[in-house]
Structures are given as structure tokens and as C-alpha cells.
Design a protein around this ligand. Structure first.
Ligand SMILES: Nc1ncnc2c1ncn2[C@@H]1O[C@H](COP(=O)(O)OP(=O)(O)O)[C@@H](O)[C@H]1O
Ligand SMILES: [Mg+2]
Length: 279
């Protein structure tokens, strides 16, 4: 079971669009996939047609230990399910404050999926912050995928993000690795996009070998700006349901294929336990 957090503390860079459409592409090619919506805005849930109103079980109830991930999970398409989220989740930061081992609530809630190898992929759509929800995601996954919109300030935020993954790797989850950076809303042919990509390549190439991003790649497939990708959520469909032949669908199919081709980062068996006492 591959577990991937789609993470960037900046809003509007393509986290939700990437989570939903990568998951949909993987499901379409026969993988069993579950999305965990970790954003109180519930955009990933809405994108796939789930209105998560009062009375609907959500990831909040999983964090509150009122239900299991399996009970909160809803099937939205063949092979594709979602553990939805809504604004209730915004309270979790406060509710978990002071609780011991609060970083591991999600990891522990998903342990039975690992034990049963329930899915081929679990994809977590993170909120635009580095708070307790994102840290829970980073403790519950082995891989991080970073969507990045190439603009002048993109790399500034990225170093903070990388530092966070390094901190989590040192203190909470030794298995965590950054798999790659996906360039989203890419304007091919612009000088800026090319410059940012080159700077990023340089940064990755000159990084220490023991950082969690040492093997990170810049995905070859760029997600171009495509209006269909922005329209699809209002129809409650992935890009493959909404406009299966548009450039956005082709780009996300390509990105998912690249991701699937990467083998899961494997560590020696004796490092295979997370360091739950270090919290
Ligand atoms: N490649 C793209 N082309 C056009 N619009 C996009 C593209 N990717 C995302 N969008 C739109 O940009 C906005 C922000 O994207 P979103 O995935 O919600 O970002 P995040 O989850 O990081 O906040 C949304 O309205 C989304 O529909
Ligand atoms: Mg989002």
C-alpha cells in the first residue's frame, strides 16, 4: 500500500486538483485508491461530488475516535473512495492540543489498512498549513508529493516545507521521503517557469544525501494551465469524468503514470517502525 501526502503550505497551488485527479487516474487504471480529505474546506470531497453535511461521517469523526476510516469512507467511482471532510475538522487543532502522541492519531487509525493491504494507494489532500493535520499526514505516509506553481516566490516557501519534512523524518517518521515535485498551472514557454524549474533542479541536486528529499524528482509531466481542470469540481467529477480528452486529463494521466512507475521507497526491515516515543 503506497501512502502519499500531497502537501504545500501555500493555498491555490494545485494540491486538491492533483490529489483528486492523480487518484482518479490511478483508479481508472485498475488500482484501488482512497483519498483522505484533510482540509476543513472539504474541497476534495466536493470535487468528487460528496457534500459532507452534518450527520455524515467524516475524517473529523476518525480523529475524534468516534468512527473508523472504513466506516467514514464513501465509494465515489469504481476503485475510488474518499474519506470526506468538512468544516468540523477546523476544530481538531484545538481539540488535539496537549494530547500526548497527537501526531500519530491518523497513522494509528489507518494501521488496519496497512495490515490488510487494503488499497494500492492512499492519497492525502493536505490543508494549506503546516499545523497538526499536515503533521498527522506526514506521520501516516511514506511519501510526499509537492505540487508547485512556478512563480517568483515558489522556492521560498519550499525551503520551509522541506525543513518540516526533515523535522518529521528526524523526530516522528523515519520512513518519510519526498517522492517528487509536480509543476502545476505550468505556463510553458515562459521564462519564469523555466527559471524556477532550473533553480529547483539546482536545489535538489546540491542537497545532502541524508535529507528526505535526496531522491526527489521533478516529475517530467508538467500540469499545464487548463480551464477544464478548474471547471470539473463544480460538476462533482474528476477531470476524467468531466472532460476525458482535454490537456488537463492527459497531463494528470501522465503524472499518475510516472508516479506509479516509481517503486515505493523501501527501507531495511529494522528501520520499518516509526519512532512513536520521540514525539
Ligand atoms: N492546471 C490548472 N489549470 C487551471 N486551473 C487550475 C489548475 N490547477 C488548479 N486549478 C484551479 O486553481 C485553484 C486552486 O487549485 P487547488 O487544487 O484547489 O489548490 P490547493 O488545493 O493547493 O489550494 C482551483 O480553483 C483549481 O480549480
Ligand atoms: Mg486544496
Amino acid at each position: 500500500m503506497r501512502t502519499i501526502a500531497v502537501m504545500n503550505q501555500k493555498g491555490g497551488v494545485g494540491k486538491t486538483t492533483s490529489s483528486v485527479n492523480i487518484a482518479a487516474a490511478l483508479a481508472k487504471s485498475g488500482n484501488k485508491v482512497c483519498i483522505i480529505d484533510l482540509d476543513p474546506q472539504g474541497h476534495a470531497s466536493l470535487h468528487l461530488g460528496l457534500e459532507c453535511g452534518a450527520g455524515t461521517l467524516s475524517i473529523y469523526d476518525v480523529f475524534a475516535e468516534r468512527t473508523t476510516a472504513d466506516q467514514a469512507r464513501q465509494l465515489v467511482a469504481e476503485n475510488l473512495s474518499v474519506v470526506p471532510s468538512n468544516i468540523d475538522l477546523a476544530a481538531i487543532e484545538v481539540e488535539l492540543a496537549g494530547m500526548q502522541h497527537r501526531e500519530f492519531v491518523l497513522r494509528d487509525a489507518l494501521q488496519h489498512w496497512h495490515d490488510q493491504n487494503r488499497f494500492d494507494y492512499v492519497i492525502m489532500d493536505c490543508p494549506p498549513s503546516l499545523g497538526v493535520l499536515t503533521i498527522n499526514a506526514l506521520c501516516a505516509v511514506k511519501e510526499v508529493l509537492i505540487p508547485l506553481q512556478p512563480h517568483f516566490f515558489a522556492l521560498q516557501g519550499l525551503s520551509k516545507l522541506f525543513e518540516t519534512t526533515a523535522l518529521v523524518t528526524r523526530r516522528l517518521n523515519r520512513q518519510l521521503k519526498v517522492s517528487g515535485v509536480a509543476l502545476c498551472m505550468y505556463e510553458s514557454g515562459t521564462r519564469l517557469a523555466a527559471d524556477v524549474t532550473e533553480d529547483l533542479r539546482h536545489f535538489l541536486a546540491t542537497s545532502d544525501g541524508d535529507t528526505p528529499w535526496a531522491d526527489a524528482k521533478i516529475f517530467r509531466t508538467r500540469i499545464r494551465r487548463n480551464i477544464k481542470l478548474a471547471e470539473a469540481p463544480s460538476f462533482g467529477q474528476s477531470i476524467f469524468g468531466y472532460a476525458s480528452t482535454c490537456p488537463g486529463a492527459r497531463d494528470y494521466a501522465g503524472l499518475a503514470e510516472e508516479l506509479a512507475a516509481m517503486s515505493e521507497v523501501s527501507l531495511p526491515e529494522n528501520e520499518n517502525t516509526a519512532v512513536s516515543d520521540a514525539a
